[in-house]
Design a protein around this ligand. Structure first.
Ligand SMILES: C[S@@+](CC[C@H](N)C(=O)[O-])C[C@H]1O[C@@H](n2cnc3c(N)ncnc32)[C@H](O)[C@@H]1O
Length: 567
């Protein structure tokens, strides 16, 4: 589901409680014992692929990663320090898209996922400090804990991803849950149906931060190990270049119809069709013409067709006993691809390898940009199970959401068949510049002195920057264009950081990229939304989203130009 399900580095929590003995100046005979709480965030690691960008941001803001809180302290002082801790944690947890848009003058919150990751990492440290705190220290920790939990609750309160429950459990889902529980699944969730998202999971009781909402034993997880044990492997092992993922896909096509399968209840509860972008009909495709997703979708389908043609007919002809032709049609292949794309989870298994797996029951969790479950994806070696703890509370009866990752709408449409509600901070338009620079200036041209070599843009309503000459556009992009356009054409006074002519050129360049994009989107008013099929509706929603993003960029550039022209 998530392309990289587990955060690349687990937070190594280094925390300690130090006792400091301070001599009282007034009376040298008396030693006052003063407790000091030291809270250390995971330090920036140079193995982090975003190390240089994070370092630049944290240096620009003078951030620290180790904090000392004197005990006792006033509540105000504690909360003030917590504010600094949170600012640092946010930077540590930024992912590639989030950091690209993190402006130097912004201290967050950046987006719900980053906020939840940061606050949960802090909460974990605070909780670990309780065991060695003394009474005054306890009080300080309680203040820190209460304030952090309250910030987490605030993130949840702003979430608008609520859906209306239609019904709870049908036969197939009921059998799946019963089968799961009989085989060791432990859960505080039950299955429900939502008009907007199909099945999903609701909390059957209040689930608090850190509680395990769902625990799936290893024995129920479908991974490549099953293919390696099956008769299929004898045939597939001889195929050059075949990946474990493809083997597993072929295995699942057959297992779906195996009445003796260990996973019968799981396969029976799967949808008969997945309704992702890969199944779009011609009408939906024609709506998408002119959007970025159109080409991506055609390429993805072409790739799958080629893969099918290269594999299935030959396997069925040469090994009909293993690959029965009636189970290996193109439609069945597409169904299996959609299953794996929309339900596959990347898990670090007991052998330390990252594998794409199907996880019964967990596969019923829907996605949100403000999820409850973020930290999962590593098999617990002790319990031999996969645990899904919540990072924000989920009240009984509420839908419990998972994060499928930092995914843009285009990816969600093609591989999952939906667009999430609310602002998706990962809805970016990538920008590939073919830069030809003066030879001696190439590196500066490519990075615009910010370390970024690829660029992106998103809806400008998401920008909170109030700095002049930012136009609600990302600063790495502006820096890059300024560096490229500066070239040798403009004379800049020493010390001059902004040159009006360059600013105009930057904004005009962006307008020249997005004006034709907006025109290419055309008008979709003539399509009757109400009577359209699911795929046309989704294509229209995606197109609306693209228009909204592009139009916000055009408005920001035009406003910027007007400002520069003094009108
Ligand atoms: C892992 S499955 C989740 C269970 C799924 N709803 C079902 O009925 O089987 C992923 C699929 O759920 C749907 N989905 C997940 N999150 C959604 C959301 N926020 N809004 C609408 N549909 C969603 C999409 O169809 C997606 O391909």
């Amino acid at each position: 589901m998530q392309k990289s399900l587990f955060p690349s580095q687990l937070p190594t929590i280094i925390s300690r409680l130090q006792e400091m003995v301070i001599a009282a100046a007034a009376s040298p005979d008396v030693l006052l014992q003063k407790e000091m709480i030291t809270l250390c965030l995971q330090p920036l690691s140079d193995s982090d692929p975003l190390f240089s960008q994070k370092k630049r941001l944290s240096d620009a803001r003078n951030l620290k990663f180790e904090f000392h809180i004197p005990v006792p302290s006033t509540e105000e002082d504690v909360l003030n320090i917590l504010n600094h801790i949170v600012r640092s944690a946010r930077i540590l947890h930024l992912d590639e898209v989030e950091i690209y848009f993190a402006e130097d003058d912004a201290c967050g919150p950046f987006c719900p996922k980053n906020e939840l990751e940061s606050l949960n990492s802090i909460l974990l440290i605070i909780d670990s400090l309780f065991s060695c705190a003394k009474s005054d220290g306890m009080e300080v920790l309680q203040v820190l804990q209460k304030a952090t939990v309250s910030m987490i609750n605030c993130v949840g309160a702003q979430n608008i991803d609520s859906m209306i429950v239609k019904w709870v459990d049908t036969d197939a889902e009921e059998s799946l849950m019963k089968w799961g529980k009989d085989h060791g699944v432990r859960t505080k969730l039950k299955i429900a149906y939502f008009e907007e998202a199909g099945r999903g999971a609701i909390a059957s009781e209040d689930i608090n931060i850190g509680d395990i909402a769902l625990e799936i034993p290893k024995s129920l997880i479908i991974s490549e190990d099953l293919v390696l044990e099956s008769d299929m492997f004898d045939v597939l092992r001889n195929l050059e270049g075949i990946t474990c993922e493809t083997m597993l896909l072929l295995w699942s096509m057959r297992e779906r119809y195996n009445s003796n399968s260990r996973f019968k209840n799981y396969f029976e509860a799967l949808p008969k069709c997945f309704n992702t972008g890969l199944s779009f009909g011609v009408d939906a495709l024609s709506v998408l013409e002119g959007t970025l997703v159109f080409e991506e979708l055609l390429q993805a389908r072409e790739h799958l067709h080629q893969q099918y043609d290269a594999l299935c007919p030959t396997l069925c002809a040469n090994h009909p006993d293993v690959f029965q032709p009636e189970m290996y049609s193109w439609d069945q292949y597409l169904w299996a691809c959609e299953l794996w794309y929309s339900n596959g989870m990347k898990i670090i298994c007991s052998d330390g390898k990252l594998k794409t797996c199907l996880v019964p029951v967990a596969g019923l969790l829907n996605h949100s940009v403000c999820p409850h479950i973020l930290r999962y994806g590593r098999m617990d070696p002790e319990t031999k199970s996969l645990k899904f703890p919540v990072s924000r509370p989920c009240k009984g009866g509420e839908q419990c959401f998972l994060s499928y990752g930092s995914l843009p709408g285009s990816h969600l449409v093609i591989f999952y068949g939906f667009l999430p509600k609310g602002n998706n901070p990962y809805d970016v338009i990538p920008l590939d510049f073919d830069v030809s620079c003066a030879e001696d200036d190439t590196s500066q041209c490519q990075s615009g002195e910010t370390g970024w070599t690829s660029h992106m843009i998103r809806g400008t309503w998401l920008s909170k920057s109030s700095k002049p000459h930012t136009y609600h556009l990302p600063s790495p992009l502006l820096a890059h264009l300024r560096a490229v356009l500066k070239g040798s054409d403009f004379e800049m006074d020493p010390g001059e950081s902004i040159h009006e002519e360059i600013e105009r050129s930057v904004l005009e360049t962006i307008l020249s990229i997005f004006t034709p994009m907006m025109e290419a989107l055309g008008d979709s008013d003539e399509v009757d939304r109400e009577s359209s099929n699911w795929d046309v509706k989704l294509a229209l929603d995606y197109k609306d989203l693209q228009s909204r993003i592009i139009s916000s960029i055009l408005v920001s550039c035009t406003a910027g130009l007007r400002e520069l022209n003094g009108s």
